[in-house]
Design a protein around this ligand. Structure first.
Ligand SMILES: NC(=O)c1ccc[n+]([C@@H]2O[C@H](COP(=O)([O-])OP(=O)(O)OC[C@H]3O[C@@H](n4cnc5c(N)ncnc54)[C@H](OP(=O)(O)O)[C@@H]3O)[C@@H](O)[C@H]2O)c1
Length: 255
């Protein structure tokens, strides 16, 4: 397989970091993005692959950053084969407590993902030999959880998930594939410190009896990035939450 060049947004921590690790283990060139350069440097130190790793700090919610990120990738590695739209933020709270300003913050991730996907697609079309885009959505888009009220962030995730479905047909002629992973709960810095009780509770909400690991998600991203006959799918990687159609085990209801 030719060396792939992969852009991973939000790659300094959590899922993005694990995704970078899996691609580097598979000999890819990786461009790691995040807003905080010191966090990217810490990640790069741990990943320890300076020849195949490039760090590009910047805020993906700024649409003018998208072409810059692609240009920086081209100047270092000469092409873009895979884009992983991973950067995101999340804060659960009741519907009536979200402000419009907070909703806008989440929707800015939609704007940024739109701009970056456009920039990557333009470059993939110039290259002429296809490409892959993998979005990180969430299973909460399809299965609500009484203990995780999250209407505002879910609106943003639903938008990028729908964009991928729609684009999959439009980009198929160019052999550019676009898919979405819908993770269950994976402890990462996004969730802050989880107490053992909370963790135990979250474990029990997943039919397979545990929360996910970043590597569970990263392996699925790598699969989709290389699955040449797959496009437009929404792949739950969620410990079985989606399997029964009932979603999370909402204990409050059962009690
Ligand atoms: N963990 C879960 O349970 C879970 C479940 C479903 C979906 N997800 C999704 O998975 C993705 C990764 O989350 P995670 O759990 O790995 O969280 P995380 O550890 O907080 O990682 C998110 C990364 O994104 C970066 N980031 C945030 N906003 C950014 C922006 N505007 N521009 C560029 N980088 C940005 C952050 O670094 P800086 O702050 O330095 O920019 C951070 O390194 C998110 O989209 C999240 O919604 C997570």
């Amino acid at each position: 397989m030719a060396t792939q060049t992969v852009i991973i947004t939000g790659g300094a921590t959590g899922l993005g970091y694990a995704i970078a690790e899996v691609f580097l283990q598979n000999q890819a060139n990786v461009v790691l993005n995040g807003r905080t350069f010191s966090k990217l440097e810490t990640a790069a130190h741990k990943l320890n692959q300076p020849d195949r790793l490039s760090l590009v700090a910047g805020d993906i919610t700024d649409p003018t950053f998208a072409p810059k990120l692609v240009d920086r990738t081209l100047s270092r590695f000469g092409r873009v084969d895979v884009l992983v739209n991973n950067a995101g933020i999340f804060a659960a709270k009741p519907f009536t407590e979200y402000s419009i300003g907070e909703l806008d913050q989440y929707l800015n991730y939609v704007r940024g993902t739109f701009a970056l996907t456009q920039a990557a697609v333009k470059q993939m079309r110039v290259q002429g030999d296809g490409g892959a885009i993998v979005n990180i959505g969430t299973i909460l888009t399809f299965h609500a959880d009484r203990s995780i009220p999250a209407s505002a962030p879910i609106m943003a995730k639903a938008a990028i998930t729908a964009m991928a479905k729609n684009l999959s047909f439009e980009l198929a002629n160019d052999k550019i594939r676009i898919d979405t992973i819908a993770p269950g709960i994976v402890p990462t810095p996004l969730h802050g410190e989880l107490t053992p009780e909370t963790l135990n509770d979250l474990d029990r909400q997943h039919p397979l009896g545990r929360v996910g690991t970043p590597k569970d998600i990263a392996d699925a991203v790598f699969y989709l990035a290389n699955a040449s006959w797959v496009t437009g799918v929404i792949l739950p990687v969620d410990g079985g939450v989606a399997a029964g159609g009932h979603g999370f085990n909402n204990r409050q209801q059962a009690a």
